[in-house]
Design a protein around this ligand. Sequence first.
Ligand SMILES: N[C@@H](CCC(=O)N[C@@H](CS)C(=O)NCC(=O)O)C(=O)O
Length: 236
Amino acid sequence: MIELYYWPTPNGHKITMFLEEVGLPYEIVPINIGKGDQFKPDFLKIAPNNRMPAIIDRAPKDGGAPISVFESGAILEYLGDKTGKFFPSDVRARTEVRQWLFWQMGGLGPMAGQNHHFAIDAPEKLPYAIERYVNETNRLYGVLNRRLADRPFVAGDYSIADMAAYPWIVPYKNQGQDLDNFTHLKRWFETIQNRPATVRAYEKGKQVNSAQPTMTDEAKKILFGQTAASVTAAVR
Ligand SMILES: N[C@@H](CCC(=O)N[C@@H](CS)C(=O)NCC(=O)O)C(=O)O
């Protein structure tokens, strides 16, 4: 049984998408980031960056003590290795998957995240910041679109690299992007959207947070303006 510390955000959906694909039993522990659960001392023990998702595997492959993992890319690799699915062991295929996973972790995720922040959440609408991140998101969509021109998925077969990227394309309208400008990306997006496991994963998200929007005024106070002191105060 995997314990998944989760809230239905793009980084959270990556992990439910994987778990729904492989059918590994898991239990969701909601981490309501709008209410500050990410600062609870017990959560910080497994997720020292005060961000979800994180997992605890109580039955690791080596039969030893439970293993906890934070960072969605590391979690996807861990689960891929545990199950032998969606993260190949062959050196060439594995390298393909890993480089596109890191591309998402270091590029698409953070840039689209800043895009959402400045275009949607920021109290002041700063044209320079909005343009910078909308343009960079647009460039990354272009990279993905070109990559998908001659293959069904980003790194061969459907893999953890696709699962990492897909949830960050879901809010494309909020990112100021139009999928009709990216033919191959649109085809890829719709293929993944229609996978039964993706549908189940997004349903799980609705069950965990059915009503309240995460981004209330109270949540903004918790989520924005964090400093080193926020974590120090939490672990005291
Ligand atoms: N690089 C991290 C990023 C995780 C992350 O940013 N999670 C957000 C939600 S998508 C979070 O927990 N935010 C809480 C906060 O900002 O305090 C990962 O991929 O796991």
